[in-house]
Every structure is written in structure tokens, then in C-alpha cells.
Design a protein around this ligand. Structure first.
Ligand SMILES: [Zn+2]
Length: 355
């Protein structure tokens, strides 16, 4: 890695959003300066989503890191190259994690140990990550299998689940420090010349921290706001009656208080301007799915049955858990608002439109 390149100014408009750096992305493991003191570090991901954006902030005598990448040898090598290359000369002094997903918190423990630091996160995100890293078993708990069986999984999919190990999360996350520093909504973090306010979102994860700099209208949005893909909103067996879409739509309303011209630095895709346009699009996309689901539920549908309505394409074996979670998030939202009834018989849960 040679050094830090400057992200070019080649604004490009797509779907009502302005991308100030056009189609530019730093190469895998590469660092680009997007604004003075804000560096975009693009790391590969071993998932269907092929990258994550991490942010390195110049804090004067140290670096502050926002999100860390999934725990793989490849990404550790990219970090080492960055520390020996463009980040050489001052230490990492802060590690801030937006939420508990492995691509965000995966190497936080490793970086904390390497630099003799603790990590900063909201309480729910830290606690959830700690629990999940410790929950490793030879097979899934029976209530997890029962949950997916009730929502329509066929026998072949259930057999695959029963014969799988439980604890995938721990494989992508380096052990976390036993303690952490808590971030709360409204906290103000001074990092170098900027002050960032912690803004909490919910629905994708329970207490997702975004960082907002009101003076310059900048937002580190993590997975709470992405420009071209929609964040996963899921019901999990941990909380089988959850209504995460209500949290998500509520967060969209909360985020409207931020300036419409905010420049957003998301964890996936590219930095963009057009926060309120994107919030409108996200809300509209979910309402469109909700209406389509309600219209399809003139005969009782399970979550599994609803895949064809929601996704309009074949869902692969590797995606069915996430697809079930997404389907239930939409079905539960409609059920809680009296637009669907929920019927349980012979171990199967189905949803039927009212009226
Ligand atoms: Zn996430």
C-alpha cells in the first residue's frame, strides 16, 4: 500500500442522490481521504456483500477508527498494511463500533488488544455481541428449529439446520474485551477538530450508533442508512414476536431532524448527499412491500409462502434464514396494526388479510 490517495471530486447523480466522488472507490484495503481528516478504508467481506466501508478519523495525536471489519486473516493483513503504511506515525487511540454485526465489530477485540484500548459502543450492541460470541454449540437449540418449522420451512431445510453447528457469529468476531466504554444517544465525541453527536437508530440492530457532525453536516451512518441497498430488518428466534420494522420506520422519522444536505458516509456502497430523499425511498420501499403482502394474504400465507411476494426471485439455501426474518418483520408489522390476523394450527403459523 503506497499511501493515502485523495478521493476525486466527480459528483454523479443517481436516483435523486448525489455521489460526490462519482464511481470512485478505494481498492480493497486501500485508504482515500474524502474530507480533511476523514479517511475511507474499503475492506473486503467474505459474504455475498463484497465490501464494507470503515472510517479512520484524524484525531490529532492519534487515529480514531469507526467499525473494524469481519475477523479474517485477510482483513487483519489489510489492517497491518495500513498501520505499516499510510497510518504509520501515530497510534490508534479510539475504536468506535456502530453495531454488533460481525463486519462492524469483528476485529474490534483484536484492534483493542493490539493498541491497548477498550472499545466504544452502545450498551445493547456490546452486550448482544458478547452473548453471541459466547453462544457456540454443536447443534441449534430446539426452539430455533421449532421457530423455523412454524414459519413454513420444508423438511429438507429443517434437516440441514438441525445438522449444522450453532454459533456462526463467533466465527466472524474476535473475542471482545471484558469491558467497554458506553455510547449513549446525544453524547458528544470530540475527535480532532470535529465534534460528533451520537444518534441512535433501531430496527436493523437494537441500538445502532450513528455519528453526526452538525457543524459540517456529516453523518457516519453505519448500516442505518445505505444509499442503494436496504438494510436487513429481521425477526429472530431470540425474540419471536418482535416488531423491528416499527423501530426502523420510527428511526427514519427521527433521522429527518438531521439536515437534508447532510453528507452521509455509509458502511456499504459510497458516500452520498441526499439524506431525506433516501429516507423517503426507504420508507416507501417498505410500505410498498407491506401493501403487496397484505394483498397477497387473501389466502393464509406462512412466512415461507410470502418469499415470492417479497423477493420476486428464487431465495437460495444460504439466504432462507435472513429471508424468513425479513418476511416476518413485514408480517408482524401488518399484524400489530390490525391488517392481518395470525393463525396457528398444527404447528404452523399463517397470516390472513383482514377486510
Ligand atoms: Zn449490520
Amino acid at each position: 500500500m503506497a499511501g493515502i490517495e485523495a478521493a476525486p471530486d466527480q459528483p454523479q447523480e443517481r436516483r435523486g442522490l448525489c455521489y460526490p466522488h462519482g464511481a470512485f472507490v478505494p481498492e480493497g484495503g486501500g485508504l482515500a481521504e474524502v474530507l480533511p481528516g476523514i479517511f475511507w478504508l474499503r475492506m473486503p467481506l467474505p459474504f455475498s456483500l463484497d465490501h464494507i466501508n470503515l472510517w479512520v478519523l484524524d484525531a490529532g495525536d492519534h487515529w480514531a477508527i469507526v467499525d473494524t471489519g469481519v475477523a479474517t486473516a485477510d482483513i487483519k493483513a489489510h489492517w497491518r498494511a495500513a498501520f505499516d503504511g499510510p497510518l504509520k506515525g501515530k497510534p490508534v487511540g479510539r475504536i468506535i463500533v456502530t453495531h454488533y454485526h460481525p463486519d462492524h465489530i469483528g476485529l474490534a477485540g483484536w484492534l483493542a488488544r493490539k493498541w491497548g484500548l477498550t472499545i466504544e459502543a452502545t450498551r445493547s450492541e456490546y452486550m448482544l455481541a458478547r452473548v453471541l460470541t459466547l453462544d457456540v454449540r454443536d447443534a441449534p437449540p430446539p426452539e430455533v428449529v421449532d421457530f423455523y418449522a412454524a414459519h413454513g420451512w420444508p423438511d429438507a431445510a429443517l434437516d440441514r439446520l438441525r445438522s449444522s453447528r450453532w454459533g456462526n457469529f463467533a466465527r466472524g468476531v474476535h473475542p471482545l474485551p471484558a469491558g467497554y466504554r458506553r455510547l449513549r444517544g446525544g453524547d458528544r465525541l470530540t475527535i480532532g477538530t470535529r465534534t460528533w453527536e451520537v444518534v441512535i437508530g433501531s430496527g436493523h440492530s437494537p441500538e445502532h450508533a450513528c455519528l453526526y457532525c452538525p457543524q459540517e453536516k456529516l453523518l457516519m451512518s453505519g448500516d442505518q442508512i445505505l444509499p442503494r441497498i436496504t438494510s436487513n430488518i429481521s425477526v429472530y428466534p431470540t425474540e419471536p414476536d418482535a416488531d423491528p420494522l416499527a423501530d426502523w420506520l420510527g428511526s427514519i422519522e427521527q433521522l429527518r431532524r438531521l439536515d437534508p444536505d447532510t453528507r452521509v458516509f455509509p458502511a456499504h456502497n459510497e458516500p452520498f448527499i441526499g439524506l431525506h430523499t433516501r429516507l423517503d425511498q426507504l420508507a416507501a420501499d417498505h410500505h410498498c412491500k407491506l401493501d403487496a403482502l397484505q394483498a397477497a394474504c387473501t389466502t393464509p400465507l406462512s412466512a415461507w409462502d410470502s418469499f415470492s411476494v417479497l423477493f420476486r426471485r428464487a431465495v437460495s439455501d444460504g439466504e432462507i434464514q435472513m429471508a424468513t426474518g425479513e418476511a416476518l418483520a413485514h408480517l408482524h408489522w401488518l399484524h400489530r396494526r390490525g391488517r392481518l390476523t395470525r393463525q396457528a394450527s398444527e404447528g404452523q403459523t399463517r397470516f390472513l388479510a383482514i377486510g
